[in-house]
Design a protein around this ligand. Sequence first.
Ligand code: NAD
Length: 314
Amino acid sequence: MRILITGAVGFIGSHLAEQLALSGHEVIGLDNFSAYYSPWLKELNLADIQSAGVKVFRGDLRSEDDLRKLPGKFDAVFHLAAQPGISPDVSFADYLENNVIGTQHLLNYVKQNSANALLVNISTSSAYGAVATRREDEAPEPVSWYGVTKLAAEQLVLAEARLNRINGCSLRLYSVYGPRERPDKLFTRLISCGLRQVEFSLYEGSETHLRSFTYVGDIVEGISRTLVNQDKVVKRVINLGSEEERTTSEGIATVEELLDVKIPVRVLPPRSGDQLRTCADIRLAKELLGYAPETVLRDGLKHHIKWYKEKFIS
Ligand SMILES: NC(=O)c1ccc[n+]([C@@H]2O[C@H](COP(=O)([O-])OP(=O)(O)OC[C@H]3O[C@@H](n4cnc5c(N)ncnc54)[C@H](O)[C@@H]3O)[C@@H](O)[C@H]2O)c1
């Protein structure tokens, strides 16, 4: 198949692109190498995925002209490009333009160029809100600009699918971790602080937050399964995540045990928009995709730590 992946040099997109290319698909990536975190990290991911055969175009979804420069038609489109994360340093305009306007531009492009393609939108448990334990048909109640704009993007995709103009669906992912994880996320920060003995900033109260921490390999497996189950997924929202629920404190303790260090902690005021509990209800993913995430946190973190040491500790 000929596959387009937006956000292809990011954390999850790079794993998806690499795996699909290694499985024999022709994979084209689109990414603007956003400066939300160091573009140098994205260059490292680029080198990895290029050696797997992925071709990457530097372009921005906020520009419809950039999309028109993409070569040919596609059989499937995986949409991961976004302004991710919950950060007080990111403006509302950045969330709106990258997540909502960018998605609408992609939809315009797909309708004109590859109307028969499967379009898989990558959404988030943040769409559910502070407590994300629900099934897909329950009302979302996001509490952050990130969650609101990702939900809007998802609904733009589903609206076009309901009108039978595209073959679209949306997958809501839960706390993904593993090699190449973004530097602003929990485990990369913990590993970095632990190895360098630098203070880890913990938002007050977050140590008791519960998470469905999900290994990136299990997420890529779930996303890829949409390709062979197209008839079942169109017009659907599907949760993808681990059923293993852990507190942030347990996550910290596991990293400390694997690194054999104590991580110094500095407590910051609570962060607005943080989720209190995420626990993926994946009954639908099991039924439609045969999804069965299998990596337990301890094993996934071993891969994550190995990657970090190889890339950043010489
Ligand atoms: N990491 C998680 O735990 C998690 C959980 C739920 C959902 N998601 C979703 O998964 C997707 C990927 O997240 P990630 O953690 O890999 O983030 P990431 O920031 O590493 O990847 C996103 C990529 O999109 C690119 N990008 C951003 N805006 C763009 C634009 N306007 N045009 C072109 N490219 C653009 C960035 O340069 C980046 O490489 C996002 O849609 C995110 O909302 C992630």
